[in-house]
Design a protein around this ligand. Structure first.
Ligand SMILES: Cc1cc2nc3c(=O)[nH]c(=O)nc-3n(C[C@H](O)[C@H](O)[C@H](O)COP(=O)(O)O)c2cc1C
Length: 269
């Protein structure tokens, strides 16, 4: 999982080639399996095999500043109700799906659709209930040019995301090491996040880790980023022998005068 996280990357250039039928079948079956695994039941994956139709409709409006990513197929994340936990666990299971896709040598990239109006989306995705704010572009990655260095998205330091007892109170890295948590917090930073904002903040308090999402007062916290980091955290923790799950929290937001912080969940360590 450490290596997986460090090496994983969003793929934005896909071969103009459909995914083989048997692989598409495996992907569909796995989507169904993940929907069942999620006891909260607030989301649905929808695989669109005809990527061209989706791309044409969303060109200029989907993705960052309307830069839509072209791929042979897309998977929509349909959030069936308005509950925050449906968004969080929808993203959690989307990231679990991405891990499986990587195993199958399928590249992928999240695409945000928050700038696309609801009527356009309803007509395009033909859904009777729910809302699609994210798509996953999937396909065979275009091989990288070995003579051109990899472009990597930068990451902030462990000391910028992990705090002791409260936000802003720095943690001694020796303490993380002595508690066996240094690798976990080193590798967790390679998780993807919307606009690579890396909004996750962790507070280490006694035998718990509390997850918060930082956001500026003029925007909303992006709950998909929370679900993604929760997925990787659980898996990295499992790799060091801590087999536990996040419990969601509903505390009022914390405000340090500059940024706001939304409480997401706690994890016993
Ligand atoms: C919720 C979410 C939404 C994203 N939306 C887009 C998008 O609309 N367009 C895009 O090119 N990348 C998108 N990304 C990819 C991120 O920009 C990318 O994960 C981040 O920059 C880190 O780069 P990496 O995935 O290559 O490590 C999104 C990622 C997440 C998690």
């Amino acid at each position: 999982m450490n290596n997986f996280l460090k090496n994983r990357k969003s793929v934005r250039d896909f071969k103009d080639k459909k995914i083989r039928d048997e692989t598409l079948k495996k992907i569909k079956d796995y989507c169904a399996q993940l929907e069942e695994e999620n006891i909260q039941g607030g989301f649905q994956f929808i695989l669109f095999e005809n990527g061209e139709r989706i791309y044409k409709s969303l060109e200029g409006i989907g993705g960052y500043a309307g830069v839509m990513i072209k791929s042979p197929h897309y998977i929509a994340l349909n959030i069936k109700d308005n509950r925050e936990e449906s968004i969080i666990y929808g993203a959690y299971f989307m990231e679990k799906l991405i891990t499986k896709l990587t195993d199958l040598n399928i590249g992928s990239c999240w695409i945000g659709l928050k700038g696309v109006d609801e009527d356009t989306k309803k007509e395009l995705f033909q859904i009777s209930e729910g809302s699609v704010d994210y798509l996953l572009a999937i396909g065979y990655p275009v091989p990288k040019n070995p003579f051109v260095g990899d472009s990597t998205s930068s990451r902030i330091g462990v000391e910028d995301i992990v705090f002791k007892d409260e936000i802003g109170k720095s943690i001694n890295l020796d303490e993380l090491e002595s508690r066996g948590l240094d690798d976990l917090f080193y590798y967790i930073r390679f998780s993807p996040s919307s606009h690579n904002k890396q909004p996750w903040r962790f507070i280490l308090k006694d035998d718990r880790v509390i997850l918060l999402l930082a956001y500026s007062p003029d925007e909303k916290p992006n709950l998909a980023d929370a679900g993604i980091i929760m997925y990787y955290f659980e898996n990295l923790a499992k790799a060091i022998g801590i087999d536990n799950k996040w419990k969601l929290l509903n505390n009022p937001d914390y405000d340090d005068g500059e940024m706001k912080y939304k409480y997401i969940g706690e994890f016993g360590i």
